[in-house]
Design a protein around this ligand. Structure first.
Ligand code: HEM
Length: 489
């Protein structure tokens, strides 16, 4: 788990994060499965789920995840998921499987495709750490989905191509740097748009998703493409439409007309190369290298900034529900927010938002060859599923599973004595290993700046979900339904 170094300890944080790894190891007894499990062992295949358990996993974990929209969230379905707390049920289902089948991984007996489901923290680290070989990021479902709008993006590439595209992304996104080298321009743009949101909310008395996301989208279009893109709703509309198609992966044919239109538009922004924008940096970074299609790297950035809006509004909801933490956040905020800086507690609130409600709930990999496990082998071309909410919310192993706990990310430790069990626990909202999100620092800089500006001169009292309890956070909070009563401070 990644955690930047820390600040002052927090009173509420006296409990240990991982009760111990004991639950996980207790559960690591060989699987209990049914007659449907073939003999497994180092030379045979890893155990597989029984048919009834596969049906439960499909109905309670896979279907709700897919139905909410893997690439573009469907607000109505997310609203339903909130009402039924579907993600909490999904986590309970996986906990039950883990108890009965042990540490896994387990194969799913599905007819058309080989799938395996990861059940242990150790295997999360292994699969993500050993990407892209033998666990390729570019798996078939992802290629089907992202092929709709970025067929040459880094996330759907492999081998030498992938290495070069990854390097370009890391360079432009300034991956290791908490404060991006363009932060002066980035912060100015983000603050301008956030001020607009705060003023609009104060005028109407309410801050809701429509107001928040309109400003957030203006901000990130300016950051990625330049000021000229601030009001480019046509591009955004085309991208949204392609992303909704992408939710269906390879089940829907590609929309060439729309995709070509998006491409032409992005080419124009790249040619324009506005100083202070990522497009400007990209134009300088990519030379005549044929393996990196610079235009096709941009949709991932625009697409990924969108869920960051969801993470942002939910972080604000958490802070509105936790007066003590809000006071600490305000205490950390410098008088001069125009100077780019690392706002650690606000970043931690955003990290908690994506831990509690991961915007990439299912991390997909694909085996490039047969892979050995202590319990057997996984064949080549198996899709490997890492369901992040299970690890983030497994209250049998993680004492603070459902508690808003920024200390998990500030480096001070939840109890000041974080041991191996805690630090090794896979909290992977941004993935980890060689495929870790290269935009993590940039998105934390932009989101925390946006939130800081909203909080600078305004109060936001939570109206929905009114009963949000920071000590018992529900499995789903729909960002589309979050609403605050906003007033000047
Ligand atoms: C809340 C915001 C975000 C979250 C939670 C997030 C999370 C993730 C995760 C989990 C992955 C790995 C996906 C996989 O393995 O299949 C990923 C990959 C990636 N992210 Fe992000 N991301 C966010 C925002 C951003 C932003 C704003 C950018 C760019 C401006 C970005 C750029 C990328 C890229 C280029 C990859 C592909 C990396 C590769 O293939 O090696 N992300 N992100």
């Amino acid at each position: 788990m990644s955690s930047p170094s820390g600040t002052a300890p927090r009173d509420r944080s006296t409990e240990s994060t991982a009760s111990t790894a004991s639950t996980a190891s207790a559960a690591s007894a060989p699987s209990a499965p049914s007659a449907e499990s073939p003999a497994s062992g180092p030379t045979g295949p890893v155990p597989r789920l029984g048919l009834a358990d596969t049906a439960r996993l499909a109905a309670r974990v896979l279907a709700p995840t897919v139905a909410q929209g893997a690439i573009a969230r469907r607000p109505r379905v997310v609203g339903l998921a909130e009402r039924l707390d579907l993600d909490a049920r999904a986590v309970a289902t996986v906990q039950d499987l883990h108890r009965r089948y042990g540490d896994g991984p387990v194969r799913l007996p599905l007819p058309v495709r080989r799938f395996a489901f990861v059940l242990s923290p150790r295997d999360v680290h292994r699969v993500l750490g050993e990407s892209p070989e033998p666990f390729a990021l570019a798996n078939r479902e992802k290629q089907g989905a992202l092929g709709q709008f970025q067929p040459h993006g880094v996330l759907v590439s492999h081998g030498r191509e992938r290495a070069q595209r990854r390097a370009v992304n890391e360079s432009v996104l300034d991956t290791p740097n908490p404060v991006h080298r363009l932060a002066g321009d980035v912060v100015a743009r983000v603050r301008e748009e956030a001020r607009g949101v705060a003023e609009e909310a104060a005028r109407s008395g309410h801050l809701d998703w429509a107001t928040y996301s309109t400003g957030w989208r203006r901000a990130f279009r300016r950051v990625v493409l330049g000021d000229a893109a601030r009001d480019d709703e046509d591009l955004q509309g085309d991208l949204d439409a392609l992303r909704y198609r992408a939710n269906w992966s390879y089940l829907l044919p590609r929309s060439r007309t729309r995709r070509d239109r998006v491409r032409r538009r992005l080419e124009q922004y790249l040619e324009r190369a506005e100083p202070g924008s990522l497009a400007g940096l990209l134009a300088q970074t990519v030379g005549g290298d044929s393996l990196v299609d610079p235009v096709d790297q941009i949709p991932q950035w625009l697409f990924a900034f969108d869920p960051a809006g969801m993470a942002g509004i939910r972080a604000l909801a958490l802070l509105a529900a936790d007066a003590d933490e809000l006071a600490r956040v305000r205490g950390e905020m410098p008088a001069d927010l125009d100077t780019p800086q690392e706002l650690r507690r606000l970043r931690a609130a955003v990290l908690e938002s994506v831990r509690l409600w991961p915007t990439t709930p299912m991390i997909l990999r694909e085996t490039t060859r047969d892979v050995a496990w202590p319990t057997g082998r996984l064949a080549a071309d198996t899709a490997v599923l890492v369901y992040a909410p299970f690890f983030h919310r497994d209250d049998e192993a993680l004492a603070v599973a459902h508690r808003f706990t920024p200390e998990l990310w500030t480096g001070e430790g939840h109890d000041g004595t974080a041991g191996d069990a805690a630090t090794d626990w896979p909290l992977v909202p941004f993935s980890e290993g060689p495929g870790v999100c290269p935009g993590q620092n940039l998105v934390l800089l932009t989101t925390s700046t946006f939130l800081a500006t909203l909080l600078e001169h305004h109060d936001h009292a939570l109206e929905h979900p009114a009963s949000l309890d920071p000590d018992r956070v529900p499995g789903v909070v729909s960002p589309f339904r979050v609403r605050f009563r906003t007033s000047p401070r």
